[in-house]
Design a protein around this ligand. Structure first.
Ligand code: UD1
Length: 367
């Protein structure tokens, strides 16, 4: 039998899982046509809760990881070091033809460093995006990862430009589109209301969704409190649904605030969360990935950050940068509720076929 060529697919934290799922599907599809491309799925265990990890694997049909590094929580350095030590052991035992990392989480950077130092080439899906904000651990992860990446699979022309400007050769950059959107489009017909939909009396177009987890917004209790009051104050009595990230839950427990109209719920599964987003009047968030989903769904999005590594969600999509000052919320929400929000369009190649393009390139490069 001919030798299979095995690629390590690295998944560590919640926003990785929807980016990896369509790549696995696309590899299986070429395998069924006789391709020699194979994969080994490695979960670092950075996110480990059922709500942050297990449910996503089940809903998105991601197979059980071949290897789970089980690193768990820790400081940035602890997580990085643990992932590196454990992934190095894996590679020393059995090398792979390529280490494919996605996104910008700690696991992305840690595994890329290990692979490259052991002579295993690195491919970065979502390479090249930059916020310019060095207070975000994700920005450091992006820059470090891209500085040692061999092949870049990009989501936008801006990413391509950023890479060229930093000296990356054109033939290492593959503008493929957005695998997170592959997943969204594939799952669209399966989206389903969360269990609390009726209980909270939610109606399509008649509620808001909030997600907050960036240290700048949630680690300082007063900042978080001001944002929440401004959100509820600006949404004219419409219910506000707030799936609370574990980091944010820690701050909220200390605050113990009840605000009428604000509904705290647990982190949601993929299908429930995107159902909520799809039918919301608007989304208020400090996430990056969610601004891509709202863009494709055509749902107004207010981003509580001063910068974004995904500028196309603002220039083409429905996203607007509101900043972190809670005073900015009232006028923006008024514009939205008065029907004066932009409509937005879909960025180039966010068409559901990014993973197929990636796998076609991998076959060309490796097989
Ligand atoms: C990480 C990513 C961020 C991503 C976010 C999505 C980095 C640097 N950041 O941030 O880019 O947007 O995930 O969720 O990689 N925790 C649990 N259960 C879990 C996982 C985490 O309770 O399954 C707790 C941890 O104990 C920790 C906190 O949540 O206190 C934060 O987790 P961590 O992985 O450190 O970073 P995130 O803030 O989730």
């Amino acid at each position: 039998m001919s030798q299979m060529i095995s690629v390590d697919l690295i998944a560590g934290a919640r926003p990785n899982f929807m980016k990896i799922a369509p790549i696995i599907d696309a590899i299986k599809a070429v395998q069924s046509q006789g391709s020699l491309l194979n994969y080994r799925l490695i979960h670092t265990g950075q996110h480990y809760d059922r709500a942050m990890s297990g449910d996503f694997f089940a809903q998105l049909g991601i197979p059980e990881p071949d290897i789970n590094l089980e690193v768990g929580s820790g400081t940035q350095a602890e997580q990085t070091a643990n992932i590196m030590m454990r992934y190095e052991k894996v590679l020393l035992q059995q090398k792979s033809a390529l280490c494919l990392v996605v996104g910008d989480v700690t696991s992305t950077m840690a595994c890329a460093i290990v692979a490259r130092k052991l002579g295993v080439p690195v491919a970065h899906v979502e390479g090249g995006i930059r916020s310019g904000d060095w207070t975000m651990p994700e920005e450091i992860n992006r820059v470090v990862t891209d500085s040692i990446t061999n092949w870049f699979f990009t989501t936008s022309e801006t990413a391509n430009d950023n890479l060229r400007r930093s000296g990356v050769a054109d033939d290492c950059i593959f503008f493929v589109g957005n695998t997170m959107i592959d997943t969204l489009l594939k799952q669209m017909s399966r989206l389903r209301p969360p269990v609390f939909w009726n209980e909270l009396g939610l109606q399509p177009g008649q509620y808001f969704v909030v997600t907050l987890h960036r240290p700048a917004n949630v680690d300082g209790e007063q900042q978080l409190l001001q944002l929440l009051h401004a959100i509820v104050g600006g949404t004219r009595g419409l219910p506000v649904v707030f799936p609370v990230h574990p980091r944010t839950a820690k701050s909220l427990r200390q605050l113990e605030v009840e605000i009428p109209g604000l509904h705290y719920v647990d982190p949601q599964g993929y299908l429930e969360f995107n159902y909520l987003v799809r039918h919301a009047r608007g989304v208020i968030t400090d996430s990056g990935g969610i601004t891509e989903e709202t863009t494709v769904l055509g749902v107004p999005c207010l981003t509580l950050r001063d910068n974004t590594e995904r500028p196309e969600t603002v220039t083409i999509g429905t996203n607007e940068l509101i900043g972190t000052n809670s005073d900015n919320l009232a006028p923006a929400l008024a514009r939205l509720l008065d029907g004066r929000w932009k409509r937005g369009g879909t960025p180039e190649k966010w068409d559901g076929h990014a993973a197929e393009r990636i796998v076609a390139e991998l076959e060309r490069l490796l097989v």
